[in-house]
Design a protein around this ligand. Structure first.
Ligand code: ADP
Length: 403
């Protein structure tokens, strides 16, 4: 059984050759319609399997030529293609006299079975011999150009879509590039500022003879170093979160105690700006989670609520059971966040005010870590805000039922 494989793609040709050869077929290959016609006339194969899109004479032209010639009219032709794939294409393939149309890629076993079936059906006369000249030249050319136009239109649409995707990717890259510059400027700024302060106070302390003043300088130096420590801790934490290493250890958390401890820790910050912090926590409210991590979340939210507040403003922490979870909200009367910036709030290194001259310190990692921690606990975090009126950040974490 002699089979002719026609395909301009060398890999497709080789695969077909090996596959059919292994089945005992005597396979000859050609890389285009002209070469195929020449070989077919000489070798008279029992079956031709041809691709469509090929240089010189394509698969449809080859099939037409074979069906026009009395010597080759009875050789069954199977057309297979990955580009002519809709129903109209299939119709055209059959109209030029092909016996079957396969869409690439076809599973090997199915491909071999179909070939076997077609050869058998052809031999036993179950498939009618195609009539020569089913389509006259004019009709064929018109149908063919329609199909080609359709392919071209599809390609143009595909290109336009790819172009749009590229434009989006380019603009995202530009944003990332800008973000990278901001990050560098920010991180450098946030690391250098407390360090410069600490060095300044150490210098002052060294040359100060007055004991009380020296003590005060040393205290300020310590505060600056604590701030430095905090920035470094944030960077390390973000790197851990990135690598998925912030695994929560599930413990029983007394929400009231945790809230009081957090308020106490940030009390000096609030007091320095006359901000009133209050809390309302449901009695006997316990959460299931990593105490340090959840405390860290609350500290972050409270710290922001104070930092982005107005002097003399208010912060309120509310916690209660809701839908089998603990829901905790931190509400402030601060500067608020513009609506268009809300979508990116929990993204890494995002800051609503990204200018290096901005008023508030921070590297924009806090909320991304907070979101990571809450989601690792199986909870959810969200925010609502009105510029000039304030913000409300809420999160949920699993409730620890009392036993
Ligand atoms: P940062 O280290 O800059 O505070 P965060 O990730 O904690 O980073 O917050 C990201 C940004 O979200 C902040 O820079 C600020 O612009 C905005 N933001 C966060 N919390 C508040 C809030 N309570 N009120 C107004 N803006 C806020």
């Amino acid at each position: 059984m002699k089979v002719m494989v026609v395909d301009d793609n060398i890999n497709d040709r080789e695969i077909m050759f090996e596959l059919l050869n292994a089945q005992g077929y005597q396979v000859t290959c050609a890389s285009n319609g002209v070469e195929a016609l020449d070989k077919i006339r000489k070798l008279k194969p029992d079956l031709v399997i041809s691709d469509i899109m090929m240089p010189q004479v394509d698969g449809l032209g080859l099939c037409r030529e074979l069906k026009r010639n009395r010597e080759t009219i009875n050789i069954p032709v199977i057309i297979y293609s990955s580009s002519f794939t809709d129903a109209q294409d299939e119709k055209l393939v059959l109209e030029v006299g092909a016996v079957a149309y396969f869409r690439k890629p076809l599973e090997i076993a199915i491909f071999l079975k179909k070939i076997k079936d077609i050869i058998n059906q052809y031999r036993t006369g179950k498939i009618a011999q195609p009539m020569p000249g089913i389509l006259d030249e004019k009709e064929y050319l018109s149908l063919y150009s329609q199909r080609l136009m359709k392919k071209l239109e599809d390609k143009v649409i595909e290109l336009e879509n790819s172009n749009k995707k590229l434009e989006v990717a380019l603009s995202e890259l530009k944003t990332i590039d800008r973000l990278k510059d901001n990050i560098l400027a920010n991180v450098t700024h946030e690391l250098r500022t407390p360090l410069t302060h600490a060095l300044g106070y150490v210098e002052l302390a060294i040359s100060e003879t007055d004991d009380a003043k020296r003590k005060e300088f040393s205290r300020r130096c310590r505060d600056a170093l604590l701030r430095e420590n905090e920035v470094i801790a944030h960077l390390i934490e973000a790197a851990y979160a990135e690598k998925g290493l912030l695994k929560p250890v599930k413990e029983r958390i007394h929400v009231g105690n945790m809230t009081n401890e957090t308020i106490k820790a940030l009390w000096p910050n609030a007091q320095a700006r006359s901000i009133h912090v209050s809390s309302e926590i449901e009695d006997n409210l316990y959460a299931k989670g990593d105490t340090n991590q959840i405390k860290h979340v609350l500290e972050n939210l409270l710290d922001n609520a104070i930092k982005f507040n107005v002097n003399g403003g208010k912060v309120e922490i509310l916690a209660k059971r809701e839908d089998g979870m603990v829901k905790l909200c931190v509400t402030d009367t601060g500067i608020g966040i513009p609506e268009e910036k809300m979508g990116k709030l929990f993204e890494k290194m995002y800051q609503v005010d990204s200018e290096t001259t901005r008023k508030f310190g921070g590297i924009g990692l806090g909320l991304s870590i907070v979101k990571y921690i809450i989601e690792a606990h199986g909870g959810r975090i969200w925010a609502k805000s009105l510029p000039g009126e304030g913000s409300k950040f809420c999160f949920t974490i699993p409730l620890q039922e009392e036993t």
